[in-house]
Design a protein around this ligand. Structure first.
Ligand code: MSP
Length: 515
């Protein structure tokens, strides 16, 4: 398999409610990584979709007195619309209600069964419909209303007893530990990796992988009484989308195993324990990395429908702009940790980093070139040490940013870019081209042309994060080749290169910030 293929996935989203900031966050992070890889010469395959089976969805549909099909069609469409609205570059949108997925799940089940990893027995235990998961006796307790709840998630649990199919997860305790140890990159970040190891070290119990109490799901092969556990069903989506069970298909050959599954910390366990265990049992290759991100709070408070503080991503983007939200999400929190959304932090990033630092740099330099140099780039083969120092900073940036992306330190990658943005702004102030205009016009032309070149580098490099602004800017400076192979002096703007009339790229948020 060629090394130039890259497969990244979001979790598939539950359709029991409309999309919120958490969904937009995961999707945007994946989109940024997918775009980065494409510009870096990879054939990048980006998957997102919806998780549509299970008791929770069946219940929600019943409450509305509509069929689960109608219910899931409606809400899945909201996620399709969100993907479009966020201009995600996803290559596919999978729905677990699709035929191709049913086929894949049944096939995976059969592989597990044929290899002796599935058996039947009676199951009883505390089941949380909200989490679609069973909890052990020591994982539940009574809340203040006398209702039994799962300690970890707060979800109500009920005692369930059903004849069930089991997966021999316990047999994978040691193989999983060995695998995680031998592949230190498998789970990111390290703190979460340690949590997973600790959990596995306690010993894994066999997993109940069927439900007889519900009908909204994929039937166990040859047994109409049971549907397949929704997590086994859902996790398989990553295989379905690349053509499984046809392992000779072009997509499967190119993209399996996946490079990254990006997930929220709450669903890491399913991805870092169940999923690799299913794949090991099925003798299929494991994804290369499971990346867990943190959770957003709203102005310091946990986001919950109960508090009425759910952030609607559409409203967010309509208020601040898409590039602005993408940048904020990437820049504001160390990836992997929890982060807080606050209006003042958002406006700060939008106005200072984007409008002032980056936007104004472009605007003032290009306006001067447009007005004072007949919109034409000058020769920069004869330059001073200061010029060269700035250019080198810009040319070195790609290597640094790429490294940071590989380490998933996205916020530091942005910091590194902004060091160069700041260096460029300092250079503008120090060189004062507006003064040179009268004193030394030739020097002014060199200075502004050096800056135009730095701007080219910055905006080519920032395309994955700020696709809209970068497209506008690269149109203004008339750069047609925008791939990362151009991030060097060989592709520098040439003498005589013409630019278009500059326009402001990043608007400022004008409303006064209330203290
Ligand atoms: N359907 C499962 C995933 C199956 S993947 C095979 C699911 N869906 S979900 O819709 O509930 O959650 C999707 C993602 O949104 C999760 O990764 C979750 O962590 C993320 N978020 C939900 N709320 C969030 C925040 N407040 N902040 C950041 N992300 C959060 O789980």
């Amino acid at each position: 398999m060629s090394d130039n293929n890259f497969y990244i996935t979001t979790p598939i989203y539950y359709v029991n409610d409309k999309p919120h900031i958490g969904h937009a966050y995961t999707s945007i992070i994946c989109d940024i990584i997918a775009r980065f890889k494409r510009l870096d010469g990879f054939d990048s395959y980006f998957l997102t979709g919806t998780d549509e089976h299970g008791q929770k969805i069946q219940k929600s549909a019943e409450e509305l007195n509509i069929s689960p099909e109608e219910f899931t069609d409606n809400i899945s469409q909201k996620f399709v619309d969100l993907a479009e609205f966020l201009q995600l570059s996803n290559n596919d949108f999978i729905r677990t209600t699709q035929k191709r997925h049913h086929k894949a799940v049944k096939d995976l089940w059969q592989r597990l069964f044929d290899r002796g990893y599935i058996y039947t027995k009676d199951y009883e235990g505390w089941y949380a419909v909200k989490d679609e998961a069973y909890f052990a006796e020591d994982e539940v307790s009574k809340n203040e209303n006398g209702q039994m709840i799962a300690n970890e998630t707060g979800a109500e649990v009920e005692w369930m007893k059903e004849p069930s199919y089991f997966f021999r997860l316990s047999e994978f305790t040691q193989p999983l530990l060995t695998y995680i140890e031998e592949n230190p990159e498998f789970i990111f970040p390290n703190s979460r990796r340690n949590e997973v190891i600790k959990f596995i070290e306690q010993g894994l119990e066999d997993l109940c992988i069927s439900r007889s109490s519900i009908s909204w799901g994929i039937n166990v092969p040859d047994d109409k009484e049971h549907v397949i556990y929704v997590w086994l069903d859902a996790l398989t989506n990553y295989l379905t989308a690349v053509g499984y069970p046809d392992m000779e298909s072009e997509l499967y050959q190119k993209f399996w195993p996946a490079d990254i599954h990006v997930v929220g910390k709450d669903i890491l366990r399913f991805h870092a324990i169940y999923w690799p265990a299913f794949l090991m049992a099925a003798e299929l290759p494991l994804p290369k990395q499971i990346v867990a991100h943190g959770w957003w709070t709203n102005e310091g408070k946990k986001i919950s429908k109960r508090y009425g503080n759910v952030i609607d991503p559409i409203e967010l983007v309509n208020t601040y702009g898409l590039d602005q939200c993408r940048y904020f999400m990437l820049r504001e929190i160390p990836f992997g940790q929890d982060g807080d959304f606050s209006k003042s932090a958002m406006i700060n990033r939008m106005n200072n980093d984007l409008a002032n630092d980056l936007g104004n740099l472009g605007q003032r330099v290009l306006s001067m070139i447009y007005k004072n140099m007949d919109a034409t780039i000058y020769d920069i083969s004869n330059i001073t040490d200061e010029d060269e120092a700035l250019l080198n900073k810009a040319y070195d940036l790609f290597g640094i940013v790429k490294q940071r992306f590989e380490n998933r330190s996205f916020h530091i990658a942005m910091q590194e870019v902004w060091y160069v943005v700041q260096a460029a702004n300092q250079y503008v102030d120090a060189q004062a081209p507006w003064k040179l205009k009268k004193e030394d016009e030739k020097r002014m032309k060199v200075v502004l042309s050096v800056l135009a070149e730095v701007i080219r580098i910055l905006f080519v490099l920032l395309q994955p994060v700020l696709p809209i602004g970068c497209e506008k800017m690269l149109n203004i400076i008339n750069v047609s080749d925008r791939s990362f192979t151009t991030l060097n002096s060989k592709h520098a703007l040439k003498k005589g290169h013409k630019i278009e009339k500059p326009l402001p790229i990043f608007a400022k948020y004008v409303e006064e910030v209330k203290e």
